[in-house]
Design a protein around this ligand. Structure first.
Ligand SMILES: [Zn+2]
Ligand SMILES: [Zn+2]
Length: 419
């Protein structure tokens, strides 16, 4: 098996090629489930290395596998979608997903050229997941009704389709906006769901005969208060955030509203709190409606789970970071309000998503620029290759989830609400 410095030397040898691949992918931003040109670049690269792959998983998703080992299966997962730019009908990679894709392809080439998997009991799959950004719902909902995808998120679709069924652990990396450090490790991502509550009453003339009506807006206002009070029942580290907004008040100054819509995201830092909050909000809707004789309907839209990271793999990731930088260049345990569908993977499999800095300008804005290409592309590739090499070398530190199928069944039924 090649030593770590041989892996790193091989990465250095291909440095210019990796950076120019990164430039090409950055110049190819496409929205979720529309990443056709990106998928073409991934396929061409994979084919040039003689690696087998499955493509068009959830329209644009790809899974490429290298190695013949049957004991441990590592997934290197990258998002591939971009975002809208402020100029109409144009797009930009302003969340750094093109960097993730580049790093995955660079890791793929390094494993192939150094033959590190030859004779080992490990194989590695590169899973390129579409549609991480939670946007563009009309297009995605059409794909769902046409049966082309099952969910709005690429990872949720791929999980439901069994793409992760044979995987033991997940390694991923995401750009961060930090300035003073090079990497973050074991950061949280919040989980969220979105809820729409419809209060149904009875319309009536608000001057002549208001007593004949049933005011749906009163139900929604009462519910807003009840939700404000339940926020006190959670500690601050549970990260509960509920922001109810009345999106359709119904009625008018002369008519008692017969239909009022209240919508909210529900966010929390761990899955149990998220489920608990969700149920409490449902109770608020139900009882506020019933208290004044209204009917109600609740429509839930699944979001992303909070991210729980694997301590064991993060320990290895950190050791590999320390080959490239000092302790003070690494920030740990950052509590983030952001969310990502990698949270869903973290519920099912030992998962890490470490962060790398090197970005100038705000994320999700047109000012996003990849400034430190060395850290984004080269160092990140070294950390992932180093960690894979550690997992190959040390059989006693290979985390997996023995209850994967039981957890997946619970996830499909209770989170994705799959019928
Ligand atoms: Zn983003
Ligand atoms: Zn992102």
């Amino acid at each position: 098996m090649p030593k770590k410095n041989e892996l790193f030397n091989n990465i250095e040898k291909n440095r210019d090629e990796f950076i120019s691949l990164g430039d090409s992918l950055f110049d190819c931003p496409e929205l979720g489930f529309k990443e056709f040109k990106t998928a073409e670049i991934i396929r061409a690269w994979t084919e040039s290395l003689g690696i087998k792959y499955e493509s068009e998983i959830g329209v644009t998703g790809i899974k490429a596998t290298i190695g013949a080992g049957n004991n441990y299966h590592i997934a290197v997962v990258s998002d591939i979608d971009g975002l809208p730019s402020k100029n109409q009908n144009s797009f930009i990679h302003s969340c750094g997903h093109s960097i993730q894709t580049t790093v995955s392809l660079a890791v793929m080439k390094t494993l192939a050229e150094t033959k590190i998997l030859d004779g080992s009991d490990v194989k590695v799959s590169f899973i390129f997941t579409p549609a991480e950004e939670f946007i563009d719902f009309e297009y995605r909902d059409n794909l769902i009704s046409e049966g082309k995808v099952l969910f709005r998120s690429g990872k949720q679709h791929m999980i439901a389709k069994g793409i992760f069924d044979d995987i033991d652990c997940v390694i991923s990396a995401h750009a961060n906006g930090d300035k003073g450090t090079l990497f973050d490790i074991n950061s949280t991502l919040a989980g969220f769901t979105s809820k729409k509550a419809v209060f149904l009453g009875r319309a009536a003339h608000s001057g002549a005969a208001p007593h004949l009506g049933l005011n749906a807006l009163h139900g929604a206002v009462q519910c807003e208060n009840a939700i404000a009070f339940i926020k006190d029942q959670f500690s601050s580290n549970e990260g509960v955030k509920i922001n109810p907004v009345i999106t359709e008040p119904g009625g008018n100054v002369n008519t008692i509203p017969d239909r009022t819509v209240l919508e909210s995201y529900i966010r929390a830092n761990d899955i149990d709190t998220l489920f608990e909050t969700d149920q409490k909000v449902d109770c608020c809707v139900e009882h506020c409606a019933k208290a004044i004789g209204l009917k109600y309907e609740i429509e839930n839209t699944v979001g992303y789970m909070p991210l729980k990271q694997s301590k064991q793999i993060n320990k290895m990731i950190k050791e590999n970071m320390l080959l490239l930088c000092d302790e003070e260049d690494i920030v740990e345990n950052v509590v983030s309000g952001a969310s990502g569908d990698v949270g869903d993977l973290g519920y099912l499999l030992p998962t890490v998503q470490f962060g790398f800095s090197g970005i100038e300008g705000r994320f999700h804005s047109d000012e996003f620029v990849i400034a430190n290409k060395d850290n984004c592309y080269i160092n990140t590739t070294k950390i992932i290759c180093g960690t894979i090499s550690d997992l190959i070398a040390c059989k006693s530190i290979r985390p997996s989830n023995p209850n994967f199928f039981k957890d997946k069944e619970f996830y499909l039924k209770n989170w994705l609400k799959m019928k």
